[in-house]
Design a protein around this ligand. Structure first.
Ligand code: GUN
Length: 282
């Protein structure tokens, strides 16, 4: 039987509506600064989508589009300015940055209280021990999608393919915090297909089009596809070979319309959390 499709658009719309209603109810004045350096077309699309989501939720968005040749000093200066701007509750520097800029240095300069991506070392550390200020947006979005299926994570075999700092590693932590039995696979993993076939919950975050084939999926599994790959013909495609996987999985996310919109919805949620952290100190 073909898998049920997990509708990321619908679920993300519900999260954004919650955020909008909360902001309206409590009459919050929330601001998000988005910084983009250079003109990478994919980054441009993401930043525009973030701006639209802000409008929908009633969050003020401040966009800083800097030229490709911006110096590290200039970028760090802007981060300092935003750190001390009371109207800015969240700061997001769109990655990847042009090669001459040190991403780590820039991220570490963002005030941890405004780090709505949860990329700062202190926020990463808090994720590790389960004492969250902000949930990392993409993994948190994946968790919402898993929860929407009604499948419990506790006791399940969870396999994450990919070990990036942005997705794979924090994803493994969130699954572990919900008592999943978690395996993280990567390019050196032996018998990858066999390991994946054990998964009740499979998260594909490899960044390679159609990497996960039908034979790697356990019958009835929850399959979450984090990949956004652009094919030569311009079409978007996930890390999972959808046509094959849909015949094996119990639940599956499409690309587009799965994880992508969730990331942005969770960013909106984090921005309100940032406002509360900054304004409701005891
Ligand atoms: N580039 C791709 N995904 C992300 C993200 O979630 N946050 C930022 N800042 N940059 C990204």
């Amino acid at each position: 039987m073909a898998a049920k499709i997990i509708d990321g658009k619908e679920i993300s719309a519900a999260v954004k509506e919650q955020v909008r209603a909360e902001i309206e109810r409590d009459k919050l004045s929330v601001g998000l600064a988005v910084v983009i350096v250079g003109d990478d077309p994919a980054s441009r699309v993401y930043v525009n989508n973030k701006k639209k989501a802000c409008e929908l939720c009633g969050i003020k968005s401040y966009e800083y589009a800097l030229p490709e040749n911006t110096s590290e000093e200039q970028l760090l200066e802007l981060v300092d300015t935003l750190n001390s701007d009371k109207n800015v509750n969240g700061i997001l520097v769109q990655l990847p940055l042009p090669g001459h800029l040190n991403e780590k240095k820039v991220i570490e300069r963002i005030s941890p209280e405004k780090d709505v991506d949860a990329f700062h070392e202190s926020n990463v550390g808090r994720i590790m021990i389960g004492n969250y200020a902000f949930l990392p947006c993409t993994p948190a979005g994946c968790m919402e999608l898993i929860h929407s299926t009604g499948v419990e994570v506790a006791g399940k075999e969870c396999v994450v393919i990919g070990r990036s700092n942005i997705v794979g590693k924090p994803m493994a932590m969130l699954l572990l915090h919900e008592n999943g039995t978690v395996t993280v696979c990567h390019s050196k993993t032996k018998n990858l297909a066999e390991v994946c076939r054990r998964a009740d919950i499979l998260i594909a975050a490899v960044g390679r089009a159609n990497f996960v084939t039908g034979d790697m999926i356990k019958e009835g599994a929850v399959v979450i596809d984090v990949g956004i790959n652009r094919l030569d013909n311009g079409k978007l495609c996930g890390d999972v070979k959808f046509d094959e996987a849909v015949e094996k999985a119990g639940y599956i996310t499409p690309v587009p319309g799965g994880v992508g919109p969730m990331t942005i919805a969770m960013l909106m949620k984090n921005t309100v959390t940032a406002w509360r952290i900054q304004n409701e100190k005891h």
